[in-house]
Each structure stands twice: as C-alpha cells, then as structure tokens.
Design a protein. Sequence first.
Length: 498
Amino acid sequence: MTIELPAINGFNRPHFVLIPLMAAGHTIPMIDMACLLAGHGAAVTLITTPLNAARVKATADSIHMSGDPINIVALTFPAAEFGLPEGCENLDAVPTLDLIPNFFHACAALREPLVVHLRQVPTSPSCIIADSFHPWAHDLAVEFGVPRFMFNGFCSFSLLCRYVIYHEKILERIKEDEEQFIIPGLLHRVEISKDQCPKSIGGTVMVDFRDKMMAAEALADGVVINSFDELEPEYVAAFGKATGKTVMTIGPMLLCNEEDAAKTGRGNQSAIDEERCLSWLDGRRPGSVVYVSFGSLAKTPPEQVMEIGLGLEASNQAFVWVIKAGERSPEVEEWIERERFEERTKERGLLIRGWAPQRLILGHPAVGGFVTHCGWNSTLEGVTAGVPMATWPHFAEQFLNERLVVEILKIGVSVGVKKATMFVKDGRKDGAEPAAVRREEVERAVRRLMEEDGEGKEVRERARVMGEKARKAMKEGGSSHLNLNRLVRFARERERAQ
Ligand code: UDP
C-alpha cells in the first residue's frame, strides 16, 4: 500500500531508489542524498512508512514546492504482525532490546509491497541505494537487474575499523568486554574495547542477522559515504582497498540546501520556535555558546541529565541544552521545577525539551563548541560548522568516531566516557542507572572545549579549517560534488548498457 504522492516527472533521468533505515540518523542523510541526486540530474524515489513520512512532512513539502523529481513513498509498516507495539515504525520507538530483531524483520517485510510499487511506476529503477540494515535489498536489486550501493551512515574510518574487526574475527579472541585492543593495519594506533565496538559486529544477539548484513555488504556494487575526501583521505582509500569496492564520498550531504528554512524540520518538527531560538543566539557573542545534544536515539538516565545540568551551570558558559522527550521523565521534570533550573540559568542558558533544530543552531556564529554523542551525522554537522567538539560516545560506532575526532583529526576533546550505554532498555535489567559522568567532569570538559588559549586555541583553529574544507568539497568542482556527478553518470551509463 502506498500513500498517493505526486508522480515523478523524471523521464530520461536515471532513477535512484533510496531505502533508508527508519531511524532519524539514517533517514535524514538519505533525504539529503535524494535532494543532491535530484540536483545532479537524477529522479529519486525514497522509501519510508506513514509515521516516518509525517515526521519529515516539512522537508517533503519543501521538496514538493521545489519541483525536484523526488517521490517519497510511504509503505505500510507491519508492526503488529511482527509483535511490535502499534505505531512502532522507527528504531527510536522500539521499547526494549529484545524487540530490535522484530523491527528488522518487519523492515524486511517491506520488500514485497516495494516490488509491487516499483513495478507500477512508469520509470523502472536504475540504481538502488539501501541502508546496510536492509540486507534484503540485495535480492531486490537482483530482481530488477540493477546495481546496488550500500550506505550505513558511517564515515570511512569507522567503516574500515568495523570491516577489519569483523573480517579478522578479532572480537572472538578478546575475553573481557573492557579489555582494550589495537585495531591492526591502520595508519594510526587506535585502541578500543569490545564493549565500545558497534554491536552490529560484536555481542551475542542477532548473530545471523549480522552475518546476513555483512554478506549483503560484500555483494554491493559500491559504497556511498557521507563524508569528504579531505577529512579522512587515508581511510577513504584504505576502505576502498580493503573491500575492493568503488567508494564514493558525497558529503557533507547536509549542505544540500543552505536556506534557513531547509535547516529546520530536519528529521522531525522542532520543539522550539525557530525564531525564538535564533533571536536567543543572536544576542550572544560569536563563539561563546556551547551546544549540548546526544542525537535522536540515546536515552540519558535522569540522574545523568541532572549532572549535565549542574555541570553546565558550574561551567559559567552560555549553553543550549537539548533534553529529549524520552528523558523528560517525572524525576527530571520535578528536578527542573524544584531547582528552578531554567530560571536560575536563564541569563545564559536555553533548554530545549524535545526535538531541536540542530543544523540551524550549529550553523549560528554564536555557537563555539558542541558536546556530542558522536553519532556520525552530528559529528559531521559539527565538522561542517567548524566548531570543536567534546566527545561523549554512547553506542554503535560512536567510540570509533570519537577516536577520529580526538586522536586523528584533533578537532575535539574527550569527556572520558569508557563504557557504552544502549539506546533502548534492556528488559532484563531493573533499577535506576547511575550517572557515568559526574557534574565536575562535565564542567571540566566544557571549560576545556571552550577555552580560547593554549590547547583549546589550536583545536578550535583546526576545526575551523576543516569546516572550510567541508564546504569546498560540496561546491562545484569539489571532491564530493565530482563524486555525485560520477554516481549519477554511473547509473545512467549502466542503464544505457542494458
Ligand atoms: N537531530 C536534530 N534534533 C534533535 C536530535 C537530533 O535535528 O533534537 C538530528 C541531528 O542533527 C542529526 C540526526 O538527528 O542529523 C541524528 O543523527 P546522529 O547520527 O548524530 O545520531 P543518532 O541519532 O543516529 O544517534
């Protein structure tokens, strides 16, 4: 079943079918990708589900207004059939860890209705770009006889680390979760523990699914990466060499549209009036505000939320702090009220309770530092804004991204988190989770991040220079711009050859 949407006016253009994972950190970059491909001469169909389509309505409306040949197709998501709660169409809505496999199986069930849809549209697909969490996309591409590129939202460095760790079966030799080991064969010395590795290559759950995913990745015709060559040149080349695949860096894809309107409503509706947010930032000195946010999935325990608040207050720094809806537990609300936290810090703090217009905030000149969970989108948004980061990884490949930012690029400082925390409740564990980072450590990290002299000055300068390179990569003639042209040309030529 599909929702009726305007038909693609894209005859004579290669037709890309994009299949993101239903999670903000995977869908947002794929919508950007759709806009970029359309801007480079392709027609695009982006597959999602009704509730996810509703979340990105503002973006979909502006795409529609622009007249770009992009079709957003919402397929009914079979949540109940797979034992998921009603309305559970996004990874952030999966209530417990044991239901994650059900979510991926429900995603795989989209294949059949998608085939029906693609057989009905006037332009058949020329190329599929699917998230690696959709290994079933391999059979889909075979069925339509078209090439398939893989995308999973990682940077080249983390993709390479994950590839090496998985294929060399390193985790099988590591006994203790916390034991640090060196990832072999990298240009830099990078140490990590099993606990800090992406669960998609470690752990004992979903082993079959993981192997299926890696096998589908091995069969992909190429890899599309939301990064740019100048950021991690050795790792782009090394990942291509290790896998033998065509690797195309086409980012930062967030630069697909530079208008303020396009910077809001990304991934969801903002919980704050954007004008209010901008005018608050307008009243601050350039580079003086620290922005604190942990992406779309991470759930911070109440005690940790309070420690962050108190650490921010003690840092004496102006801040914008995002508390997600899931964290607005009664304890947190009660604490905010009891402590009169907002009132106490109102001279220099802005609290956003819910979805923040992150791109808009990070792009504002008042923002001078970003405390981030190191999700790759957020990291790249920080890089593009040219601001230094304080890294606080939680899960997935975020600890690897931290190593890239702090140890290799040297554009950030580490908060010092050692242990991974999952984004979804482990139903087998009870009790309140303690705060992993105390208020004094939060304060220290923020002060280090925002310091204008010494080490801080160098980190800031490197971050600024990298931001400039990011923009250059996406401009006409830039490395990512050229790769986008290559990608569209590849699809066109493959189509002609058939
Ligand atoms: N995001 C946002 N507002 C929020 C939270 C997240 O706009 O309040 C966006 C953020 O800018 C990024 C994406 O959601 O583009 C999150 O992706 P990321 O890879 O950083 O982390 P994840 O959510 O996958 O952990």
